[in-house]
Design a protein around this ligand. Sequence first.
Ligand code: ADP
Ligand code: ZN
Length: 520
Amino acid sequence: MTLKQNLSQYFGYDTFKDGQEKIVNAALRGEDVLGIMPTGGGKSLCYQLPAIQMEGVTLVISPLISLMKDQVDALGEMGIPSTFLNSSLDDHTYEERMAGIRDNQYKLVYIAPERLSAYSFIELARQLNISMVAVDEAHCISQWGHDFRPHYQAIPNFIESLTPRPVVAAYTATATVKVTQEIKELLKLRDPVESIIGFDRPNLIYQVVKTGDKFTYVRDAIRKNYENASGIIYCATRKTVEGLAQKLNAQGFSAAAYHGGMGAEARQQNQHDFIHDKINIMVATNAFGMGINKPDVRFIIHYNMPQNMEAYYQEAGRGGRDGEISHCTILYSPADIVKQKRLIQMNQTSPEREKLLFENLQYLVDYCHTNECLRKKILEYFGETAIEDNCGNCGNCLDQSEMMDITLEAQKILSCIYRMNSRFGLNMVISVLRGSRNKKIMDMNLDQLSTYGLLKEHTLESLREIIMTLVAKGYVLVTADDFPVLKLTAASTKVLKGQEKVFHKKHLVEMKAVKSKSKV
Ligand code: ADP
Ligand code: ZN
């Protein structure tokens, strides 16, 4: 049968999605491939369709155990024999499936990467006619990626142990230039045919909101704009999820919670209710969403800042799958950065990786403070150049608020960092600028600096906002350490010498002190 016939007979589609045909054809010609496509771009078909046409079996390596069963079930529906091996199986089932694989009963076999360290599996693999090894979520092999999985490092040796060498196909939805390069090198892809599909989602309207009262913002925004619409609110912790869901329900909204600490049954129930519109709002940790394909999610609110741009892009990307407008909002608060930093430190990874995680977090912090197009900022992260400087359709492009010249403030701040010998963090710099008399300042005689009290008319919030904006613009550097300090950059000189002017939104520069913090 021809490719098109298989496409329609097995999958029920008349046409390929962007980038699929190129990859499918290359794999069928026996070439290695690299598919970089956003979530929902249709990666699975890129290996499932050639797998059907190729002789022998295709191994699919995937870290997402929960998705394996879904995929295998779906393939079963289409009449394509497939199975999976992972740690969720009992011994008996595992042995049965191994026997089935040995008998060449399947066209596709999904495996978790840990299997590659199991001797019995490696032995079995050597005896099989493996035509293709498809590596899903290929960025997991990269130390630079946000989701490094040590077991992925076993893949190259595994492939080398197979004769003849199968086609190697790698797929990911999250790849920066650096990660893409590493995927190619580490997986030893041979001159791969690449298909890179754009990351832009024009129907998603990104925005960043700075408010001292997140709950009121959420309540009013939903009442005003999304009545009876479906939406997801992501929170950083289980406690916030529980609290917020409860509070929303108390105010008459229809919300449910989802996080890893809940029983499997309750989670499934809530997910089901959300997908079938029995509830409108899902309040969740990042445990929610993998593999969920609800088309009409109209808003995605991040109640707390996510850890990095990849995670944000994935989570925001669950909005507007139907192509209709969806709003993606980050509710920014400085306290969230502190929280995320603590989470990174608690993870106790290698110093290099910790540095990388801090840098990734900083990119998102910069995103929250830029005055440029947010869409452009997202695309830049993924190594794509935006077509236009202003998309005209994000929080910043749509923002009409008044800008003010903050060059003088910037100069005072930069001088202060310089006078403090680039040895102090954000809070100390702010304390000096505001002329604080706290003990640390007095003990270190920082009140003797010529910049002491230079910006005492500003609130703490205002100075934090201005300094973070200077960081986002590249005039100040925050070191990626356990104790980050502020430093000057090459660009700082231009501002200090008055060669470059700095502007920022007036209402943010004039930010008032936050008095009451909302409880959730
Ligand atoms: P990814 O793994 O890239 O996130 P999936 O493989 O899950 O994406 O596919 C996303 C959606 O697109 C699925 O609902 C799938 O059925 C659909 N899809 C894939 N290929 C096509 C196609 N050629 N035509 C129409 N829909 C498709
Ligand atoms: Zn824009």
